[in-house]
Write a protein that binds this ligand. Structure first.
Ligand code: GLU
Length: 306
């Protein structure tokens, strides 16, 4: 047995309050919940409200109410990223002291013109005495003692299997604090997963490409990364991911049982027809007892209509 398999399971669902819960986000909530409960684990909810301009008033309450309507009850207190500034700042200071950060003044257009992978244009600048720029994390030519962390990142995704991602080819040095002063998702998610002792991250495959950067951050911070599992995302007729920004229709909380039934089927779980009109507790009980990661499809697809 490895050391990590002794650790008690801690999973989480981490919605951004950019709109109410829709079918796509229910999938991430349900899959992370079932994976945790099937292993007698804890299941936490973290509200990723670190981007006020993108936040929709009332969305946090709507999401939490929706989770409760579906009987997806979380453990402990909810963590709000909007209250975590000091933890994020401390981590940035730590990374800076280690010589891993630099200010960047490039525009989005300049980065896009370079092919989307940041070419390291601003690397020669130091953090001291600069301001008004974004902060980027060095991902190559790392100072000692971090050199051993360089190179492609490999991990075993518990759903989609072996992955190898090379940050140098996909994003290059990435932003950890934005030009407008807001902390970047990549930083916040890792700082919080460490603080909450998260052992398993089950989420949508739209975040699969972000995983290597997060793993690198865990390692640079001297923490071991959680296990990752990426579920297929639900798409609309145009093949686009259902998302709050795309205006995906909110879940009808008065049909919570039907929503759970559809979500279980979407996740490849062989829930019997007889449970089609079952209550949420009965569906969740079945889901926990029969949860099978191996049945989860790997490709995105359109959900069956309600
Ligand atoms: N807050 C992110 C989202 O809603 C999810 C972050 C994660 O699960 O790592 O897309």
């Amino acid at each position: 047995m490895t050391a990590s398999s002794h650790k008690a399971y801690i999973g989480r669902f981490a919605p951004s309050p950019t709109g109410p819960l829709h079918f796509g986000s229910l999938l991430a909530a349900l899959a992370s919940y079932l994976d945790a409960r099937a292993r007698n684990g804890r299941w936490l909810v973290r509200v990723e409200d670190l981007d006020p301009p993108r936040e929709v008033p009332g969305a946090t309450d709507a999401i939490l109410r929706s989770l409760e309507s579906h009987h997806l009850f979380w453990d402990g207190d909810i963590l709000f990223q909007s209250q975590r500034d000091s933890a994020y700042s401390e981590t940035l200071n730590r990374l800076d002291r280690a010589g891993l950060l630099y200010y960047c003044y490039c525009t989005r257009r300049e980065v896009a013109a370079a092919g989307g992978v940041y070419p390291g244009t601003c690397r020669h600048r130091s953090m001291a005495g600069s301001g008004a720029g974004a902060l980027r994390l060095k991902t190559t030519d790392l100072p000692s003692p971090y050199t051993r962390l360089e190179g492609p990142i490999e991990f075993e995704d518990v759903i989609v299997g072996h992955q190898q991602q090379d940050i140098a080819e996909t994003t290059g040095d990435f932003i950890v604090r934005r030009k407008d002063g807001l902390f970047a998702y990549q930083l916040a998610v890792v700082v919080d997963d460490i603080a909450q002792g998260v052992t398993h991250v089950i989420r949508g495959s739209d975040l699969l490409h972000a995983t290597a950067a997060q793993i690198l951050l865990f390692r640079l911070l001297g923490a071991s990364e959680p296990r990752y599992g990426h579920i297929p995302v639900a798409v609309n007729e145009q093949g686009q991911k259902l998302s709050k920004q795309q205006g995906a229709s909110p879940l009808d909380d008065s049909r919570a049982g039907e929503n759970l039934f559809r979500a279980l089927r979407f996740l490849g779980q062989a829930v019997p027809d007889a449970l089609q009109h079952a209550s949420c507790p009965d569906l969740l009980r079945w889901g926990v007892a029969n949860w099978d990661r191996g049945q989860i499809p790997r490709a995105s697809s359109r959900p069956a209509s309600a």
